[in-house]
Each structure stands twice: as structure tokens, then as C-alpha cells.
Design a protein around this ligand. Sequence first.
Ligand code: CDP
Ligand code: CDP
Length: 196
Amino acid sequence: MIFTVAIDGPAAAGKGTISRAVAEAFGFAHLDTGALYRAVGAKGGDPVQAAQTLSPEDLARDDLRTLEAGQAASRVAALPDVRAALVDFQRRFARREGGAVLDGRDIGTVICPDAEVKLFVTASAEVRAKRRWAELGGDYDQVLREVIERDMRDAGRASAPMRAADEAVVIDTSDLSIAEAIAAACAEVRRALPQG
Ligand code: CDP
Ligand code: CDP
């Protein structure tokens, strides 16, 4: 079965948590596409060349989840040639046999406009900053500023800006527990799965 679940949304909205749970519940493969951009940003040098030569080792770096890596990712992600270098890999992953969940910013709009399920997972900036701060520590006000700055850059860029696809189901997780958010996403997937 070819079946793609596209999950987009801003930083720390819960995309990764929900994607991993959906993949596990339905036996689908999961690709965190943000990790591709984080790895390109962390690699340094010419970002286009970095994107064209991305390796499993680049994706296994242990410094990809920092605030700095998020900012670097968002800067290289605005470059059309960087995005172009990563399209084929993501599309092939999305249409692999057995089902796939991809989370990012442009999955439902650009990478997989034909995805069977499109979710846009969001939450207030304050809630998202609190979650990221709980993970990373540091100064809460700085985390909040960086989350807002990154969202503005991602939504404002010309190339594949972050936005909900017209037909995406919006899940606002501001007041949802993790279990409730996962249940809402799984319900959408179940509704779209072929009968039987
Ligand atoms: O992938 P994304 O950056 O959108 O978010 P995430 O890494 O899945 O979630 C960010 C943090 O928020 C994690 O520590 C989650 O456990 C937490 N979270 C939460 O508290 N409530 C939710 N409904 C979803 C996620
Ligand atoms: O986990 P979090 O939501 O904080 O970020 P991420 O999903 O790891 O993405 C890091 C950055 O990569 C984003 O701020 C975007 O600039 C970029 N990105 C993108 O442009 N397109 C995607 N499909 C995924 C990530």
C-alpha cells in the first residue's frame, strides 16, 4: 500500500511526537525532514553542496537538536537550491511501499501535494517555547524570541514557505495532552485509510 501522511507546522508544535506515534500505530515509516535541513546547516561550508552530499553520518550528529542548529537550518532552508537537492529523497520516501509519515514545513504543499492525509499541527508561540525550553533549558525569553524569529523566517520565505495546505486538518495542541494530540491525528489517518 502507498499511503502518505504529511504533517507540517511551526517549531515545537508536536509534529515529531505525533509523527512517531502515528508511524508506530499504523506500521508506517517516519522521516523527520527537519533533520535534513539541520544536518545541512550544521555541516558548514557550501550549503548546496552539503545538501547534495548529505550522508547518514551527517544525520547522526548529536548536535542537531540545539537552538543554534535550528536557526542554521532555517537559514539554509530558505535557499531554493538547497531545497531542490532534497526533494527527490523525500518524495521517494513518501511513496515507499507500506506507508510513510513525513513531518516538516512543506510536506503537504510541495513535497507531497497528493498525500492521503495532511495535518497542520500548531500551538501558541508561548506554549511551544515552554516545551522547547523544557527540553533544552537556557533562558526562556531567548527561546521564545528564537522560536518566533524562526517561524517568521520559515513562513516568510519565497521558496516553499511554511503554510497549511488548503485541505489540511489543523490540530492545535496548545491545550491538548500528548495522548490527546496523538489520538486526534490517528483518527484522521483511520478515516482516510482504505477500507479493509
Ligand atoms: O517536532 P516538533 O518540533 O513540532 O515538536 P516535538 O519535538 O514533537 O515536541 C516538542 C516538545 O513538546 C516535546 O518535548 C513533546 O514531548 C512536547 N509536547 C507536549 O508537551 N504536548 C504535546 N501535545 C505535544 C508535544
Ligand atoms: O523540530 P522543529 O520544529 O523545531 O524544527 P525542524 O522540523 O527540525 O526544522 C528545522 C528547520 O528546518 C525549520 O525551522 C525550517 O526552516 C527547516 N525545514 C524546512 O524548511 N522544511 C521542512 N520540510 C522541514 C524543516
